[in-house]
Design a protein around this ligand. Structure first.
Ligand code: SF4
Length: 281
């Protein structure tokens, strides 16, 4: 099967959700029928929603003590009008941080596409539902769209920090979220592809450098940065800006950048943030 954005757009023929759902059904190990798959995806959405709530506890702490409780601080500041980015961005940011902190505290999350990047899609979907009143069925359709782009990235490049750097984890999640946002806001399949491209090109080269080898610092904070990339990528596409580079080529470039990264920047906990003196002490 040709897993390319080009083939996804060809198969979409005005209905990207149907094409994405068909792809998912052909590749999913959890469901044998479309009905089973829909039920599974609703379950996934439920776990995502639950993690956005449980990640917001003020007393949340990871086992290492490195992270936790900061999502609560951010949401409190957003609700008090103390932040500069406005309510929608602030609530998505706080939830992205919360889900990532919940993962670091061994909570149950959805790896979307990985545990390290687990905050981005739930934060975007649940907050857009809160803001615009989308139904759960619409969010599941957006998950299908996100999943189709994730499948192309996983097969043409990588979703592993150890293989391709954090561009493959937080970058992929941002790209998937950007495509999903475009879908929810009524954009075309081509615009979802452009949003995916914009997000990936803005996070291209991002290294994987977990302090002490734990998926905590900088990981939880990168989930926050990635949501702003996803939102702005989607907004560019929705405004009619066309990405000059086809999405498949951006994905291929991401793979090449990942291949060129030294091992110290691919989840070994040596370079980048992991190599900072204060973090080595
Ligand atoms: S820095 Fe590495 S471990 Fe952390 S989220 Fe990014 S890819 Fe995952």
């Amino acid at each position: 099967m040709d897993h390319s954005v080009k083939s996804l757009l060809q198969e979409s023929d005005g209905n990207i959700v149907k094409a994405a759902r068909d792809w998912q059904l052909q590749n999913d190990i959890h469901a044998k029928s479309a009905e089973e798959l829909d039920a599974y995806m609703h379950e996934v959405l439920g776990v995502m929603r639950d993690s956005t709530v449980k990640g917001m506890r003020s007393d949340l702490r990871s086992v290492s003590g490195l992270t936790g409780g900061n999502a609560y601080k951010l949401m409190t500041a957003v609700e008090a009008g103390k932040t500069a980015g406005g309510s929608l961005l602030g609530r998505i940011a706080a939830r992205a941080l919360g889900v990532a902190e919940y993962n670091a505290a061994m909570g149950r999350i959805v790896a979307a596409p990985t545990a390290g990047a687990c905050g981005i899609l739930p934060a975007v979907l649940i907050t857009l539902q809160e803001e615009y009143g989308y139904t759960d069925d619409q969010l599941v359709d957006a998950l299908y769209v996100a999943g189709a782009f994730g499948l192309v990235i996983a097969t043409r490049a990588s979703i592993s920090g150890a293989q391709g750097g954090c561009q493959a984890e937080c970058g992929s999640a941002a790209a998937m979220a950007a495509a999903a946002i475009v879908y929810l806001k009524g954009g075309s399949a081509e615009q979802s592809a452009d949003a995916c491209s914009f997000a990936l090109m803005n996070l291209m080269g991002l290294v994987c450098d977990p302090v002490k080898g734990l998926v905590e610092v900088p990981c939880v904070f990168r989930n926050v940065g990635a949501i702003s990339v996803a939102l702005t990528a989607a907004d560019m596409a929705l405004s009619g800006i066309v990405c000059p580079i086809p999405c498949d080529e951006v994905i291929d470039a991401m793979r090449q950048v990942g291949d060129a990264m030294p091992s110290s920047l691919r989840e070994t906990g040596e370079g980048g943030c992991a190599g900072c003196p204060s973090m080595c002490r």
